[in-house]
Design a protein around this ligand. Sequence first.
Ligand SMILES: [Zn+2]
Ligand SMILES: [Zn+2]
Ligand SMILES: [Zn+2]
Length: 147
Amino acid sequence: MSDRQQFSRRLREAGMRVTAPRLAVLEILDAHPHSTADFVAAGVREQLGAVSTQTVYDVLRACADRGLLRRIEPAGSPVRYETRTADNHHHLICRSCGEIHDIDCLVGAAPCLAPDRDHRYVIDEAEVTFWGLCPACRAAANATANN
Ligand SMILES: [Zn+2]
Ligand SMILES: [Zn+2]
Ligand SMILES: [Zn+2]
C-alpha cells in the first residue's frame, strides 16, 4: 500500500473526508517529523499551489484532534507536529539549534513516571523532554571557547 493510500485509509478510519490538503499535510509531516505549521504550509503550497495558511492550520488542528497527528510544544519553540502518535515516545532536543530526535519510551505506555504522591488524581501523562547540546553545537561552543 502506498503512503498516500495508507493516509487515505487513516483519514477515513478517523471519520474524516480525504482531501488533497489533508493528504499533503500528512505526507509532509511523515517525511519531516516535528515540523512547524509554517514549514508544513510552505510544503503544501509547493505541492498544491494556493492553499491558505488558515486552511493548513485547520487541517493540523483537525488531524491532531482526531489522533492522526501529535502536537509537541517544546519550551521556547513554536508548536510542532508529527505523524508518530499513540506510542508515548519522548523527545531529545538541542538547546542551541532546536534539532529534535525521537526517543522511545522506556516504559512503553503513559504515564511514563509515577509521582510519589498522586493527590488522588488519575494521571494519564508525564511529559518527558530530554534537553542537551547536539554534537554540532557542542563542537561550535568548544571552538568559540578556544579562541
Ligand atoms: Zn544543536
Ligand atoms: Zn516525535
Ligand atoms: Zn516514557
